[in-house]
Design a protein around this ligand. Structure first.
Ligand code: BG6
Ligand code: MG
Length: 222
């Protein structure tokens, strides 16, 4: 198998657990529109863009809005979300992520962000790790959402590496599908039931080194 030259990380749910803040903000929006929204529904929004998430939530609540109203509510939701995110300390970086990134740097492996979020640079600055990334592809740079592989293809291109030399780390089923569709190695971060299409699933980065992952990938592709 070709050697690994880059690792592409999703942001929400892989580097930080921002799903809880998205949930609080979406729930407030639902409540203000007169319906409720639970954590199970929130799961279905992982990896889904802001506007597509809003459309799903409105469908679940049976609420119809004009395009202008949708833009206004999406902006409100984002303001509420940012109130939380802008107070997020670096200690919210998920366990093991920082040493994993440091190990990649020490081995000259490119570090790339591949996220649907339009808040990605704000979040990476807030938690103090933006300078560790060789390229950042986020929701401001893509035209197609996951499961389309565009976000990862742009990421690989930005560091001049081909998909089969890249590993994608994803917590969303749609993200794993996107990685697979683009010919990337895929590592699911979370539950094996949800991420069954990934080449390999990890529960998180705690006590895990890039060498462990490269070994798993090599075994999977035999
Ligand atoms: C993804 C999250 O990373 O980004 C989704 O998993 C979120 O829940 C999407 O809707 C867009 O995020 P943002 O920050 O642009 O609203
Ligand atoms: Mg995610």
């Amino acid at each position: 198998m070709p050697s690994i030259r880059a690792c592409i990380f999703d942001l929400d749910g892989v580097i930080v657990d921002t799903a809880k803040y998205h949930f609080i903000a979406w729930r407030r929006l639902a409540n203000e529109l007169g319906f409720d929204f639970n954590e199970e529904d929130n799961e279905k929004l992982k990896g889904v863009s802001r506007v597509d998430s809003l459309n799903l939530i409105l469908k679940w609540g049976g609420v119809q809005l004009t395009d202008v109203e949708k833009t206004e509510w999406a902006a409100k939701k984002n303001e509420w979300y940012l109130e939380y995110v802008k107070q997020m300390p670096a200690s919210e970086i998920l366990e093991g992520v920082l040493p994993f990134l440091e190990d990649l740097q020490a081995n000259n492996i490119k570090i790339v962000l591949g996220s649907a979020s339009k808040n990605a640079t704000t979040i990476l600055k807030q938690i103090g790790i933006i300078d560790m990334f060789d390229a950042i592809i986020d929701g401001t740079k893509t035209t197609k959402g996951k499961p389309d592989p565009q976000v990862f293809q742009l990421g690989a291109k930005a560091v001049n590496v081909s998909p089969n030399e890249c590993i994608v780390f994803e917590d969303a089923e749609k993200g794993v599908q996107a990685a697979n569709a683009g010919g990337f190695h895929s590592i699911g971060v979370g539950s094996p039931e949800v991420l069954s299409h990934a080449d390999y699933v990890i529960s998180g980065f705690e006590n895990l080194t890039p060498a462990d992952i490269f070994q798993k990938i090599a075994t999977e592709s035999v």
